[in-house]
Design a protein around this ligand. Sequence first.
Ligand code: P71
Length: 459
Amino acid sequence: MGTVWAEPYKIKMVEPIRITSVEERHAAIREAGYNTFLLRSDDVYIDLLTDSGTSAMSDRQWAGLMLGDESYAGSRSYYHLEEAMRGVYGYEELVPTHQGRGAEHLLSQILIEPGDTVPGNMYFTTTRFHQEYAGGRFADVIVDSAHDPAALDPFKGNVDLTKLQALIDEVGADRIPYLSLETNVNMAGGQPVSMANLQATYELCRQHGILVMLDATRALENAWFIKQREDGYADRSVAEILREICSYSDGATVSSKKDNLVNIGGFLALRDPELARQARALLVAFEGLHTYGGMSGRDMEALARGIEEMVETDDHIRARVGQVEYLGNKLLEAGIPIVQPIGGHGVFLDARAMLSHLPQDQFPAQALAAEIYVESGVRGMERGVVSAGRDPVTGDHHYPELELVRLTIPRRVYTQAHMDVVVEAVRQVHTNRDAVRGLRFTHEPESLRFFQARFEPIE
Ligand code: P71
């Protein structure tokens, strides 16, 4: 294989998209309260809000929709999904859910007691919500470099074992039901965990009787980075690396809307049949019967095929991450401050560096995302103080060091030419950055506020 890569597929069907005028976009963003979550997709040209549920399925997956078995109980498609999950991830017990947060809900409810602490390598919004909802407290044990957008550490997703040990000493291992270990850490900018760190973390936790639960939502992207960056893995397939990642854990939650190449779905995977029994007891109350969770038969069939397809060869993941790196490198060449190294699922603009005239309580990343949309119709997502929310005890904003706009690339959807348009748009905003004004809330929801918050520009 040479150094030039290309997509391992050709295009059989297309979906037209519309370019709007700058006047239309001004009106649209005002109506959306300067929140890109509240825009209508018809008003968006290139949609980089998220890589979640936005991927293009293959012809084999679409064919699977027709073959899905809609039996209420014991669906053939469930057994196909179970076989695919066991084969690719290596866990024994499958608990299907409607999407990732359904799995997080079940896991948090079965393992967390009020007053417990759940350490993790940086928070994720829904994950932390469910930990707190179950009465727990999240404690960040990621390496310091994860909080520095410019640090070039190849594994900025790693757990800092000193921080973890200090937490164990402080609260006691019996108040830590599990460590929540995210692969290719989303909020850090799509940054991987090394295999050595996964192994060492698992061993430390085992010594203290603490379970390790992966958030394996983007474990495939993590496997690709291990292959590229960690000694001893260059000649291993991503399929083998993924299996080894999972071997250092007791279970996993997965949002199948990412790596797994489907538009909806997810699962909780476990090794311990007793924990799986407890999860299924809740599953039937909150999601659906244990052989479908929240998914239809056709959803499960497409998902089983997506799981198999993502690791069939390394070419898929090479092209997926290659496209993200293409965008990131073009932005770097243009002098735009982004999180480095370039992540697995998107490019993260450093809004704090770009809009240095705005204090963090004027929501620079929120303002930057709105500005890029108005400039070009490209939609990104705020990942900064708005996403971080408020401390449930003090009521103050959490002020994360990372104040970012995420330009997230859906899998198999956009072309290199689309990426060039995005570069042009961000360059333009960067040139005029001093004119971007800060924002203030006009409506602030109590929890997961970023989804539905509304803002207005500060005069
Ligand atoms: C993403 C999403 C979707 C999302 C969720 C919350 C706020 C904004 C966007 C979802 C994840 C994820 C990780 C690591 C669990 C979930 C929840 N990501 N873990 O990045 O990235 O999964 O959406 O299927 O419920 O845009 P779910």
